[in-house]
Design a protein around this ligand. Sequence first.
Ligand SMILES: Cc1cc2nc3c(=O)[nH]c(=O)nc-3n(C[C@H](O)[C@H](O)[C@H](O)COP(=O)(O)OP(=O)(O)OC[C@H]3O[C@@H](n4cnc5c(N)ncnc54)[C@H](O)[C@@H]3O)c2cc1C
Ligand code: FES
Ligand code: FES
Length: 465
Amino acid sequence: MLSFILNRETVNTGAAPGTLLLDFIRETMKLPGTKEACREGECGSCTVLIGKPGDDGRVRYKACASCILPIGEAAGGHVVTVEGVNREELNLVQQLIIEENASQCGFCTPGIVLSLTGFALSAEAYSYAAAADALDGNICRCTGYAAIRRAAARLAETLEENIRDREDRIPGLVEQGVLPDYFLGIPDRLRKLEGSPAGSKRGKEVVVAGGTDLFVQKPEELRESPLFFLSGRRDLDYVREEDGSLRVGSAVTLEDFRLHPLVNQHLPAMREDVLLHSSTILRNKATLAGNIVNASPIGDITIMLLALEAVLELEGEDGAQRRVALAEFYRGYKDLDLNPGEIIREIVIPVPAPGAFYNFEKVSNRKILDIAAVNSAILLEADGEKISRLLLAAGGVAPVPLLIKGLDKFAGKKISPETFAELAEEAMAAVAPIDDVRGSAEYKRLLLGRLTEAHYQKFSTRREN
Ligand SMILES: Cc1cc2nc3c(=O)[nH]c(=O)nc-3n(C[C@H](O)[C@H](O)[C@H](O)COP(=O)(O)OP(=O)(O)OC[C@H]3O[C@@H](n4cnc5c(N)ncnc54)[C@H](O)[C@@H]3O)c2cc1C
Ligand code: FES
Ligand code: FES
């Protein structure tokens, strides 16, 4: 039995944990406000909020795509659909959307209302930029984005002026008319809920981290499968610094990683780079470990982590732990050094040496929200004008995400356009791309060469500044 609160109502259901939340909301609960379109996490029309209690008892809400979210993820939490933010009068977000003419056919509007409410509940800053970012997963086919952004800008302005307590925002958001007042009683109600998040042991269960890959690939099959929800492993939800490395638990989402103060301190580029992975409604669920085990040859996070020489801490069913370098983890296409029942417990990322240059580049049809044709990351340590250490990772150019070998010979060479031209040649010779829908083998090989040169351009620009 799964228990959670859906809007105002407590739900106890015997539905299979792999049932998609969108289907449960629309078909079982007959709440039609949450819209169904792509069913692939691409359009945002199915956006809902999922609130989970933190260690301090406060409920943290995140906007998520319900079309790829299994209902087991909702256990012990508060699911909010557009019906759940309605008040007697229009709420502030709805009011601003009307005043700015930000809705025409209205199909995307519930998702937009929820994404903006998610922004109000969890944004680091009430800025226009953050409000626009919160909408990066919501596609509107008819209104035009200028009107939607005007509504977002006015919301950000109002919240910046009026929400004083950013730690405990819900009372302020109720007062401002963003949320109905039943939100105030949710933490208490969640404490009293029977039943904990589903799945507490592994056996033959499928490991679900964010589910953003799994539930696009095989939702039917997973509906009836035994599932192990990594989000139930609260002990794996941490980022900490130890012995010169960042240690990232495998339950950490991409968005929490991107915004974590330790990540911002030691790997500042991640704040922008991780945005290239996907939209907010996906980053709020997807994990680093899911990207690694997914083993896509163009997995963005994997390519970043390869250049950073990440190491995986694995945990077997019996609790036994072992370590494997990420670069050694891939034995062939989707063939991993991961035993049955084993999970990635932690990702260990060595903190780059002071002054080291790290950079990530990605080429895709759209700048964001698109899978790469080719991507690449570099870590370069310099001794004055010379290279002392160089790591180059490349995606989309081999059956596995690749850390290019044999680059030690670049140590001692001057950091110059000529050296990078040589590096580009070396990289292009080291890879074996194939023709596919993202481009011909030749095109991808050339792209890798250009991306290697782009690393140098970024290096020079940063040095000049
Ligand atoms: C619309 C959309 C756009 C996307 N765009 C991109 C993109 O641009 N770049 C990109 O790289 N990816 C992209 N993805 C793919 C996907 O979101 C990522 O690979 C994501 O990081 C997967 O993480 P997850 O936590 O959701 O994995 P899940 O779907 O939960 O799991 C993926 C696989 O990893 C296994 N697994 C997860 N965690 C563990 C663990 N700790 N130990 C052992 N096994 C584990 C699961 O069993 C499963 O086999 C996109 C997906 C969607 C839906
Ligand atoms: S229906 Fe398009 S993101 Fe869910
Ligand atoms: S208002 Fe029609 S899709 Fe956005």
